[in-house]
Design a protein around this ligand. Structure first.
Ligand SMILES: [Zn+2]
Length: 68
């Protein structure tokens, strides 16, 4: 018997193994992606729509960083 769950990151079907290390994610990659998204979301919520504030958080005086 195998319990299947949907990966919270990509939605892929994951067979929930007893020793599966990345549950409920389908892979380590998705686990890291989800954590990264969570952190990004946290920053987005924390900071208003102001790029100057972002520079302040980075502690960088360089305003030439290409936006990504
Ligand atoms: Zn996934």
């Amino acid at each position: 018997m195998a319990l299947k769950v949907s990966c919270p990151s990509c939605g892929a079907e994951v067979v929930w193994g007893r020793d599966f290390p990345y549950r409920p994610f389908c892979s380590e990659r998705c686990k890291l992606v989800d954590l990264g998204a969570w952190a990004t979301e946290k920053y987005r919520v924390a900071k208003p729509h102001d790029e100057a504030d972002e520079d302040a958080m980075r502690g960088s005086d360089s305003g030439e960083t290409p936006g990504a």
